[in-house]
Write a protein that binds this ligand. Structure first.
Ligand code: GLC
Length: 572
C-alpha cells in the first residue's frame, strides 16, 4: 500500500524535503529500510509497526558495515498490546477511573487530590509537579520540579488522558537545556538537562521566571545524567500514549535529543560501552559508591537509546545518530548481559576465578579478586533467580542489588526474557529483604560501619538502612508493578500495593522508609512527596489496565533468542 508521509510528496510520488520521516502515528505502516532510500516513492507495508522494527533491520538499512542481521540477537520494539492508548479514554480530570470491575481504593481519590495540589504553573499553564508539598522543614530543593520525579506524575496524567501538562513539561525543560550552564568557571555540555527547576514569582513586576539547577546548586555539584534519559523516555511515552507525533517531530525536540545523545555517545578513552559516571548523578544523588558504571544509568541509557531510535527523524543529522545508536546498543547489550548479570552459577564461577590473567583468553577479564566477594551475597543469591549487579569496572564488582536499574532493564528488554523472569524470581524469594513492610528497597544491602565511613564519606543522611543506603522508597512501586506486568507476574505487584496501602496514606506519603524491613518513616523523609503519590497511582492504574505498560515498555525481538554461556565466550 502506498502511504503518503508527513512531508511533501510531489506529483510523481517523489519525496521532497530533507525532513521526511516515518512518524510514530504511522508506525503500523512504515518500512524503515525503505525510508533510507530517499527520495524514491515509498511502498510501505501495513503489517508491522515501527516499534516492531528490529535494529537488525535498521542497521542493515543504514550501512552494510553495521549489519546485525547475522548477529545472534536482535530486538523487536513491539508494544505487546499493539496500539496507542486513546486520549479520549479519560474519565474526567478529577475522577479516578475504576475499570474492569476493580474497586477503587479510597486512597486513590486522596492521591489524585494530593497530586493535583502539587501542580506547578508557569504563566498560567501547568508545567510540572513539585517534589514535595511539605512545609514542616527546610525546603532545600524540594520545592522544585525534578525531571526524574516528574516522570511518574507524567505517567499518571497520561494514563488519565491529561497529556497537556506533559507536553508543557517537555517543552519547558527543552528550553532550559539551551541555557548556558556553568559550575564556577567550567561550562557544562550543551545537552545537559536540568535536575530540577523552579518558578519564581515577582510580585512587583507581576511576572514569572524560571530558574534551573543543572548541578551547579546541587549538593555535591553533580550533573544529573539521568535527566536527559528520562526526558527522551518521557517523549516516547507521550507519543505512544497520545498518538501525537507532532511534538517529537518538532525540530527543537529533535535537536534536544541529538544534544543529549552527543553527550553520551561521544568518543573518549573508554574501553567499555557503558557510561562512566560520577557518584550521585542519578536518583541516588549523594555519595553512595555508585560512581563508575552504575546499573541505574546503564539501564536508563539503554532505554533512552532505544526510545531515541523510535523518535529520531531520518534526516541527515538524525540518520547519523541512528547509526551510532545501533552500534552502541549492540555493544552495550553484549556487555551488560554478560558482565553485569549474576546468578548462582555465575557467582560460583566468580568465586573460583583465577586472577592475573593476561591477554584475550582471560576468563576473569576485569581481574575481580574472589576475596573481594562480600559474604552477604552468598546467602542472598537464591537457587532460582538472578540480577544485574550494581557496577562493574576493573577489579571491582559492586554486588549490591539496585531496584531502579533492574526494573528498567526488564522494561527496556536490556534483560532477556529469561533474565527478566530471574529478576522477578529473586524478588519473590528475597521478599523480606527487598520488599519487607514497605515496597521497595532502593538498594540491598545497606553498607555499615567502616565501609559506610569510607564509601559515603560519613554521610549522616545515608546511615545503614536509611535513605539511599538500603531505605525503602514507595515511588519504586510503579517500576515494580510495570516489571510484574511485563513478566506476567501481577500477583507480586498486588501484594506490594497492598503493603503500600496499609501505610502510605496514613503516614502522609513519605519520601522513604527506614529499617531492614522498611517499618519506620524515614529519618529525614519529606511528607507528601509527590513521586510517592504518583508512583502509587501509576501502579494502581497499570494493574487495572495492563495495556498502559506500552508507554514504558519495549519488547525484545523474539525471532532470534540469544544463546548465553557463563564464560568469557559469550555468544548472542
Ligand atoms: C532526593 C532524591 C532524589 C530526588 C529528590 C527530589 O534528593 O535523592 O532522587 O529526585 O530528592 O525528590
Amino acid at each position: 500500500m502506498d502511504v503518503q508521509r508527513k512531508g511533501n510528496v510531489s506529483e510523481n510520488g517523489n519525496a521532497r524535503g530533507s525532513d521526511m520521516l516515518c512518524t510514530l502515528a504511522e508506525t503500523e505502516e512504515c518500512d524503515f529500510s525503505k525510508l533510507m532510500e530517499r527520495p524514491r516513492p515509498l511502498n510501505m507495508e501495513r503489517k508491522r509497526s515501527l516499534d516492531e522494527r528490529s535494529f537488525n533491520e535498521l542497521s542493515t538499512a543504514l550501512s552494510p558495515h553495521l549489519s546485525l542481521r547475522n548477529a545472534e540477537h536482535s530486538f523487536r520494539l513491539t508494544d505487546p498490546f499493539g496500539c496507542f492508548l486513546s486520549p479520549e479514554r479519560r474519565s474526567g480530570y478529577n475522577t479516578p477511573r475504576a475499570e474492569n470491575g476493580f474497586e477503587t481504593h479510597p486512597m486513590v481519590a486522596e492521591a489524585w487530590e494530593a497530586l493535583r495540589r502539587s501542580l506547578v504553573y508557569f504563566r498560567g499553564r501547568p508545567v510540572g509537579t513539585i517534589a514535595a508539598l511539605d512545609n514542616s522543614g527546610e525546603n532545600l530543593n524540594y520545592d522544585q520540579v525534578f525531571v526524574r520525579d516528574f516522570f511518574p506524575s507524567a505517567l499518571a496524567f497520561l494514563m488519565n488522558g491529561e497529556s497537556e501538562i506533559v507536553k508543557n513539561f517537555i517543552l519547558k525543560t527543552l528550553r532550559l537545556q539551551s541555557w548556558e550552564k556553568k559550575i564556577d568557571r567550567f561550562q557544562l555540555g550543551e545537552g545537559v538537562m536540568p535536575a530540577s527547576f523552579k518558578v519564581l514569582h515577582d510580585p512587583v513586576r507581576n511576572n514569572e521566571t524560571l530558574i534551573a539547577d543543572f548541578g551547579e546548586s546541587a549538593i555535591g555539584r553533580v550533573a544529573p545524567i539521568d535527566s536527559g534519559f528520562w526526558w527522551i523516555i518521557l517523549l516516547r511515552a507521550y507519543t505512544k500514549s497520545t498518538g501525537d507525533t507532532s511534538l517529537a517531530e518538532l525540530s527543537e525536540c529533535q535537536k534536544g535529543m541529538r544534544l543529549i545523545l552527543s553527550l553520551c555517545l561521544s568518543e573518549g578513552f573508554d574501553t567499555f560501552p557503558t557510561l562512566l559516571c560520577a557518584d550521585g548523578c542519578c536518583m541516588i544523588d549523594r555519595r553512595m559508591g555508585v560512581y563508575g558504571y552504575p546499573i541505574e544509568i546503564q539501564a536508563l541509557f539503554f532505554m533512552a537509546l532505544r526510545c531515541a531510535l523510535l523518535l529520531l527523524k531520518q534526516d541527515v543529522e538524525g540518520k547519523e545518530f541512528v547509526e551510532r545508536i545501533v552500534k552502541r546498543l549492540h555493544a552495550l547489550t553484549y556487555h551488560m548481559r554478560g558482565y553485569f548479570w549474576i546468578d548462582l552459577k555465575q557467582l560460583n564461577d566468580i568465586y573460583r576465578y583465577k586472577t592475573e590473567e593476561y591477554s584475550h583468553t582471560a576468563v576473569n577479564k576485569f581481574n575481580v579478586i574472589p576475596d573481594s566477594l562480600p559474604e552477604w551475597v552468598f546467602d542472598f543469591m537464591p537457587t532460582r533467580g538472578g540480577y544485574f549487579v550494581g557496577n562493574v569496572s576493573p577489579a571491582r564488582m559492586d554486588f549490591r542489588w539496585f531496584c531502579l536499574g533492574n526494573c528498567i532493564a526488564i522494561l527496556s528488554s536490556l534483560a532477556t526474557p529469561e533474565q527478566s523472569t530471574a529478576i522477578m524470581d529473586l524478588i519473590e524469594s528475597r521478599w523480606e529483604e527487598l520488599v519487607g513492610e514497605m515496597p521497595l528497597k532502593v538498594c540491598y544491602p545497606a553498607i555499615e560501619n567502616h565501609e559506610w565511613r569510607i564509601v559515603t564519606g560519613c554521610d549522616p543522611k545515608n546511615t545503614r538502612w536509611s535513605y539511599h543506603n538500603g531505605g525503602s522508597w514507595p515511588v519504586l512501586l510503579w517500576l515494580l508493578t510495570a516489571a510484574c506486568i511485563k513478566t506476567g507476574r501481577p500477583l507480586i505487584a498486588r501484594r506490594a500495593i497492598e503493603l503500600a496501602e496499609a501505610r502510605l496514606h496514613k503516614d502522609n506519603w513519605p519520601e522513604y522508609y527506614d529499617g531492614k524491613l522498611g517499618c519506620y518513616i524515614g529519618k529525614q523523609a519529606r511528607k507528601f512527596q509527590t513521586w510517592s503519590i504518583a508512583g502509587y497511582l501509576v501502579a494502581k492504574m497499570m494493574l487495572e489496565d495492563p495495556s498502559h505498560i506500552g508507554m514504558v515498555s519495549l519488547e525484545e525481538d523474539r525471532q532470534t533468542k540469544p544463546v548465553m554461556r557463563r564464560s568469557n565466550s559469550w555468544t548472542f
